[in-house]
Design a protein around this ligand. Structure first.
Ligand SMILES: Nc1ncnc2c1ncn2[C@@H]1O[C@H](COP(=O)(O)OP(=O)(O)OP(=O)(O)O)[C@@H](O)[C@H]1O
Length: 299
């Protein structure tokens, strides 16, 4: 059963619209939102957490419009996992976790569940390592027994080996997840399905393994080839996207752009369970299949 689903969602701040017409469901096995800085990932996450009202479109929570839902039930079901810096520096681990608990004796159990020794309960965040702090953030989110975790770059502040351990922990949880990251190795590990965002639009969606192995959108391909390893850093955005309504937003950075790209591509099916918004998707897929040419996987 899909817990949350966005239907034709448009989001913005003040006069600017930053997410355009996004539809996606949080399905089983984890869902990843991938994209470079500024692509709208956190904005979408905020809407999914009920913190930002859609300008257009609807977020469905179960069968109900989130705007009309019982927010107490929603806050139990859907929990954010932000970066460890979100912990209150003056609060002990126990106090941070117990905030959400009616049965305060569960703090020790929750610490164990995230692989921490209960003896750490009295410590403050600055007395913990980065990885331990991130585990505390996860324990705090788990305290209310959520069905879905919304994770925004949960491991980006950690070094690679610690990152891998926190990813193991997250992979072992039964809770569903929506994971926001620019790190493709993280979605590969934790998300069965992924959506790639560019300039506030979904440009490609599909099963994560296939999408990374054989991208159908030139932007996915560029991301994949630029960030091949766990802990890698994303490419800086190059030429900024052209204004909305003037064709494919990626075309000024696209090695395959043709005049047709001045007409905005619609998301369309490009394989089983896969969609991409690119007039050249077949060429991108073919370039990957034979592994050659400028579109072949590097290294
Ligand atoms: N509170 C805000 N007010 C105005 N504009 C905002 C606000 N928050 C984000 N934006 C703008 O919305 C766009 C999308 O930002 P968002 O934080 O969703 O991107 P992101 O993909 O999560 O980026 P990052 O990976 O850097 O966190 C950006 O252009 C950003 O400047």
């Amino acid at each position: 059963m899909t817990i949350l689903r966005a239907d034709a969602l448009t989001l913005g701040y003040g006069r600017s619209t930053v997410v355009h017409d996004v539809s996606l469901a949080i399905t089983e096995g984890g869902v990843g939102l991938i994209g470079e800085s500024g692509s709208g990932k956190t904005t979408l996450a905020r809407a999914f957490l009920g913190l930002l009202r859609p300008r257009q479109g609807t977020i469905w929570y179960g069968g109900q419009d989130l705007r009309k839902a019982d927010m107490r039930a929603f806050r139990r079901d859907v929990q954010p996992v932000f970066q460890a810096e979100s912990l209150n520096p003056r609060r002990s681990v126990a106090a941070s976790i117990a905030e959400a608990l009616t049965d305060k004796t569960r703090v020790g159990d929750l610490l164990q569940q995230v692989g921490l020794d209960p003896s750490l309960a009295a410590r403050r965040p600055h007395e913990l390592s980065g990885g331990q702090r991130q585990r505390v953030v996860i324990a705090r989110a788990l305290a209310v027994g959520p069905r879905l975790l919304i994770l925004d770059e949960p491991t980006s502040a950690l070094d690679v080996t610690v990152q891998a351990k926190v990813l193991d922990l997250l992979a072992g949880l039964a809770t569903e997840r929506l994971l926001i990251t620019h790190n493709l190795a993280v979605v590969d590990r934790l998300c069965r399905t992924s959506h790639v965002l560019f300039a506030g639009r979904v440009v490609e969606s599909g099963p994560t393994g296939e999408l990374l192995e054989n991208p159908a959108h030139p932007y996915t391909l560029a991301l994949r080839d630029a960030v091949p390893k766990l802990g890698g850093t994303p490419p800086e955005p190059g030429i900024s996207a052209p204004p909305a309504g003037t064709g494919c937003a990626f075309r000024l950075r696209c090695p395959l752009a043709v005049p047709e790209c001045e007409r905005a591509p619609e998301l369309r099916q490009v394989g089983e369970g896969r969609v991409a918004a690119c007039h050249r998707a077949e060429a991108v897929l073919a370039g990957n299949n034979d592994g050659g040419g400028s579109l072949g996987r590097h290294g």
